[in-house]
Write a protein that binds this ligand. Structure first.
Ligand code: CU
Length: 127
């Protein structure tokens, strides 16, 4: 390689490195809402003997509103028994606000059981 070619290659490399360091790239994380984390009031439909969506992630302080759209009755019982609805008939709903972080699995007292058995769902609460 001639000295002049080596110099050009060096210059080219420096320019490319500066461009990579200063420009482009993905914006730094933080500042925005985390995708997939719900807040405000979140509705969970009870339909076809299932909770839809089954698993949700919510911001601390979010209210979850379950609505029974089935003709059959369903209930909502936390695995750790921290919440427990009455039997909900068609059109009835149950509301709970999650103020502390953690993962709260729950199930239908008639069609499900603890540990995600049968008709069940999970609320993950993040700070
Ligand atoms: Cu049920």
């Amino acid at each position: 390689m001639k000295p002049r070619d080596a110099f050009l290659l060096f210059t080219f490399t420096v320019v490319v490195m500066l461009f990579v360091a200063c420009g482009g790239g993905t914006p730094a994380a933080g500042g925005g809402e985390t995708p997939g984390v719900l807040s405000g009031t979140v509705e969970v439909n009870i339909q076809m003997s299932a909770f839809t969506p089954r698993d949700i992630t919510i911001r601390q302080g979010t209210t979850v509103h379950w609505i029974n759209k089935d003709l059959a009755g369903h209930s909502i019982i936390a695995d750790d028994d921290s919440f427990n609805s009455e039997l909900l008939a068609n059109g009835q709903s149950f509301t709970r606000t999650f103020d502390s972080a953690g993962t709260f699995p729950y199930y239908c007292g008639i069609h499900g059981g603890p540990g995600g058995a049968g008709m069940a769902g999970t609320i993950k609460v993040v700070p």
